[in-house]
Design a protein around this ligand. Sequence first.
Ligand code: TXA
Ligand code: MG
Length: 323
Amino acid sequence: MQILNHPTQVEIKKSAKALKDGNLVAFPTETVYGLGADASSKKAVSRMYAAKARPTGHPVIVHISSVDKLDKWAINVPDYAMKLAANYWPGPITLILNRSDIAQDFITGSQDKVGIRIPAHPIALELLYEFERIGGLGIAAPSANRFGSVSATTAKAVVAEVGKYLGGLDLVLDGGQCLVGVESTIVDCTQPIPIVLRPGAITSEMINSVTASKVDIQKNSASTKASGLLRSHYSPKARVVLNGKAESQDGFIAMSSFPTPLGAIRLASPTNISEYAQELYEALRFGDSINLKRIIVFPPEGDGLAEAVRDRLGKAAQGQIKN
Ligand code: TXA
Ligand code: MG
């Protein structure tokens, strides 16, 4: 594996070629780092699943560079989905759509639906653009972490998570820390109204405001396979306890207005919700790096992105949170 630090245009071009040749390329997006594979190559995608230890049958998001590529991957795209795409792409929202023939079973988990996203990150967009220029159709990229673990928001975290499972020709593009810090909003657009499967930085209010429909929030769906919807996910090694009493040597994460309990080890003190989302995964990761047994977390209050943070924390704590 090779790490390319703030890759140049030439290096991104080479990375696109490496992807097209069947290698894996981890890259930054505005949400979290993705572990990219050619979405048309069964072999490359199965290597990516192996590097993540992800059970087969869990669908992955296909990343594309522009809305005019959507028709290649999806059919019968409803008007409201086109409005979401027009307003929020490139950006932290994934649309689940009825698939076309090129979205094969190894991408969709054998479902008739495919998840599509245009990420808002200059390195990701340049990589997609170069990949498509040499005939690629889309980059399949789940979060660049081992299955069930905390997503990576830095290149260092990518290497710590999956580095030893990557091959000699695989690449990690280092673009610094991700801006949003939690994964994209996932919206099922195969029903008469949009249904949020995973909350993120594009909030229900933002979805309502452009689709003029009352978005439905579905926390869990028997018919839709979404690994991020499993109760236990996004978990560090340390036990995450929400709103608990911190004791000596416990990690502690809360808004800066909360004082650090005596003897606890402060891992983050964000001053607003965006900072909370941006810092959360690195804080959990740091707790693991110093072998903490427990991390006490006070989740942020409020709507919007706070909801996404509470969702991930609830899963990290294995469903202890009540919404
Ligand atoms: O922000 C993000 O979405 C990041 C960056 C890299 O784009 N990606 C990401 O991928 O979080 P992943 O695989 O860790 O989470 C994507 C979620 C999974 O829970 C997956 O099951 C769900 O999206 N998903 C993907 N395709 C789907 C489909 N066709 N139907 C239902 N759920 C789908
Ligand atoms: Mg993930």
